[in-house]
Design a protein around this ligand. Structure first.
Ligand code: GDP
Length: 177
């Protein structure tokens, strides 16, 4: 932490996608600021946040875009996907519908994003163990079928959030270098 980076080797644009209320904004703030907001308000107006990490001796600035509530209105535009090298596709393990919609989001990515985009499927709210509806096995099977990386996270506890982003950035780094 608090490392001063005097050079940036790469800037990787990453988009965060998925149904409303699955925890996209919280995952982003957990990764970027290590914070969770207990009464989170909508984030209209915020476009992206950045975090700089070192991967294989390369200084990488992750520029991570949040839909800022636009997914409610199906207004995620092609500008959002433009130049994106990675995508975090988030569902809520306690909401079946948010998982059922993942296929649509993958289709959206395949249509609008670069074909080499690296996609990480994220089952969030892993802390809500008693409310789980979507099994790890179902999600893993879907991810393997669609060629996606997969992780289960909790933005609340922080579990696996950093490792999911680091895995995604490592994979992007492999693709671009
Ligand atoms: P977004 O609409 O996808 O950006 O979702 P938000 O980040 O605004 O989160 C939606 C709601 O889910 C908020 O009430 C969050 O506090 C809650 N939430 C987000 N992530 C988690 C998590 O990992 N665990 C739990 N228990 N709640 C979460």
């Amino acid at each position: 932490e608090n490392i001063v980076h005097d050079r940036i080797d790469y800037v990787f644009k990453v988009v965060v996608l998925g149904d409303s209320a699955v925890g996209k904004t919280q995952i982003l703030s957990r990764f970027v600021k290590n914070e969770f907001y207990f009464d989170s308000k909508s984030t209209i107006g915020v476009e992206f946040q950045t975090k700089t990490v070192t991967i294989n001796d390369k200084v990488i600035k992750a520029q991570i875009w949040d839909t800022a509530g636009q997914e409610r209105y199906r207004a995620v535009t092609s500008a959002y996907y433009r130049g994106a090298l990675g995508a975090m596709l988030v569902y809520d393990i306690t909401k079946r519908q948010s998982f059922d919609h993942v296929a649509r989001w993958v289709e959206e990515l395949r249509t609008h994003a670069d074909s080499s985009i690296v996609i990480m499927l994220i089952g969030n709210k892993g802390d809500l163990v008693d409310k789980r509806i979507v099994t790890t096995e179902d999600a893993l099977e879907f991810a393997q079928d669609q060629n996606l990386f997969f992780s289960e996270t909790s933005a609340l506890s922080g579990e696996n959030v950093e490792s999911a982003f680091i895995t995604l950035l490592q994979e992007i780094n492999r693709v671009v270098s």
